[in-house]
Design a protein around this ligand. Structure first.
Ligand code: MLT
Length: 325
């Protein structure tokens, strides 16, 4: 089976695919027309991608393509309707980077409370402001509102419980295990917004969650509260967020993901939100620890091996009725 890898994948993943008998074609950085051309030219049956977008044109234009594996948890970079219509299966690697994303979320929460980025920036400019930076509110007893209690939300709750925070969450389905193990309480989305000191988002991207945090939601939050988005760009209306912070209606925010994100091969960052004071930004690196990327690579191999050996689809994201043999 021919496997085209269009993004960087850990060496263990490449070796694992070769070890299970696949012919591996490594072309990290391929995108748009060049990726479509490579799909046609190589006639690969499997495509492995991370950040690279997989469009309807690619899915329709590559008749040999059977399976797309997303080396990550989100599938919002893949045109799922087109994949299903073209009979292409899409599998992802859910949970493999949940701990990594949770660790960054907690890091950003502490950074916001202690203003670590501004403190560092001042020191780099030779400025000492001990008095001004001695006003952190502290985390113990503060309320953390977790929007989405899936695998990542669960790992966030687990870590925040150790800080003795008050934990609440909103989700369409209850997570009884998280409630039992960490004392996290399910509340309505409105109650979460109104009572949280930090609101952290752990829901998938896409049309259903676009601007889930918009002007109306921000207006419900406490002026001392912070928003943390390590999930997907677009879940937060960034213009509304900037307005809320600049007008003193929200204390600040931390973002790992943005409405305008450059492709992996581009270096220029155009999204204005991290320039807003009291907004801390990272470079969509929530999933990017060695541990998480090794786990993702192993999962990619497991998915491809299962499909190659028996046609079994692990973590298939197409609608179930579409994948009945
Ligand atoms: C994910 O969906 O798992 C991550 O966003 C992957 C990534 O960092 O590209």
């Amino acid at each position: 089976m021919k496997v085209l890898i269009a993004d960087a994948l850990e060496k263990a993943g490449i070796d694992g695919l070769k070890a299970c008998g696949c012919e591996v074609i490594e072309r990290p950085g391929l995108k748009d027309a060049a990726l479509l051309a490579a799909l046609k030219e190589t006639r690969c049956g499997v495509l492995v991608v991370r950040s690279t977008k997989v469009t309807g044109g690619m899915l329709r234009g590559a008749p040999a393509l059977e399976l797309v594996v997303r080396a990550g948890s989100g599938i919002d970079t893949i045109d799922m309707d087109a994949a299903t219509q073209a009979g292409v299966r899409v599998c992802n690697c859910p949970g493999m980077n949940a701990v990594a994303v949770a660790e960054l979320t907690i890091g950003l929460m502490i950074a916001l409370d202690r203003q670590i980025v501004d403190e560092t920036d001042d020191l780099r400019h030779g400025i000492w402001k001990k008095k001004e930076y001695s006003k952190a509110r502290g985390l113990k007893g503060r309320t953390l509102g977790i929007v989405g209690m899936g695998r990542i939300g669960f790992e966030v709750a687990k870590r925040a419980a150790a800080f003795e925070m008050r934990l609440i969450y909103s989700d369409v389905v209850p997570n009884e295990r998280a409630e039992r193990e960490f004392g996290v309480r399910k509340v309505s989305f409105d109650e979460l917004l109104e009572t949280s000191d930090f609101v952290t988002l752990h829901v998938p991207g896409g049309a259903d969650t676009r601007h889930m945090i918009g002007r109306m939601q921000l207006a419900r939050m406490k002026p001392t509260a912070y928003v943390i988005n390590c999930a997907r760009g677009g879940i937060v209306d960034e213009e509304a967020l900037a307005d809320a912070i600049e007008s003193g209606k929200l204390a600040g925010a931390a973002m790992d993901v943005y409405e305008i994100e450059p492709a992996a091969s581009e270096r220029e960052f155009k999204d204005p939100i991290p320039k807003v004071p009291h907004v801390y930004g990272t470079h969509h690196v929530g999933a990017s620890t060695e541990q998480a990327q090794s786990a993702v690579a192993e999962e990619v191999v497991r998915i491809v091996r299962a499909y190659k050996d028996s046609g079994e689809l692990l973590h298939c994201a197409n609608p179930p009725e579409a994948v009945v043999a």
